[in-house]
Design a protein. Structure first.
Length: 181
């Protein structure tokens, strides 16, 4: 009886798998010290983000070098409080450092590579004035408030480096440093 039940269960599982679809589940998280003034990654003017989603695309969407995906807005929010006192006469400068390196031009951010990851793309980050923020270089200055949260707004987009893009996950990590001076 047990053998028949196990055989029936195995048959039903294999039959269900034949009709199932496929997909990807991404898990992600971080742990940080927070610094003197904790900075949150946010939707500008909105809530904190667990991560910035660049979009979901098909390989056929890309047919040439230099194509860009739609812009995705994100911000870094600094909120003054008892432990984070901000002098409003000072300005904030943001520097992004790519964890997977810069592209060969040194102006864009490489994506994670390897088994399961897309190829033929890099990421760009621009400031609120649509100026490119290159890896390791400071952004334009941001004015700060001594009493209210300040959102420092940026734009991210993917850009093709090849005429064809391979199927796979899009992942990258970028460290940021907010220098208030």
């Amino acid at each position: 009886m047990i053998k028949k039940t196990i055989a029936a269960l195995a048959l039903s599982l294999s039959a269900g798998a034949a009709m199932a679809g496929t997909g990807i589940i991404n898990f992600h998280g971080t742990v940080s010290t927070g610094g003197t003034c904790p900075i949150d990654v946010v939707t500008p003017g909105g809530p904190a983000l667990p991560r910035v989603h660049l979009g979901d695309f098909r390989t056929k969407d890309f047919t040439a070098v230099g194509q860009k995906t739609p812009a995705v807005h994100f911000g870094l929010r600094v909120t003054p409080d008892a432990t984070c006192v901000i002098d409003p006469a000072k300005k904030a400068y943001v520097t992004f450092s790519p964890r997977f390196g810069a592209d060969p031009s040194g102006k864009l951010y490489s994506l994670q590579s390897g088994l399961g990851y897309t190829t033929g793309m890099v990421m760009e980050i621009k400031d609120r004035k649509n100026a490119l923020v290159e890896p390791g270089k400071e952004s334009a200055p941001f004015d700060l408030s001594a009493t209210a949260p300040t959102d420092m707004s940026f734009i991210a987009a993917l850009q093709t480096t090849a005429a064809t893009v391979t199927e796979g996950q899009i992942e990258t990590s970028v460290d940021f440093l907010v220098d208030i001076r």
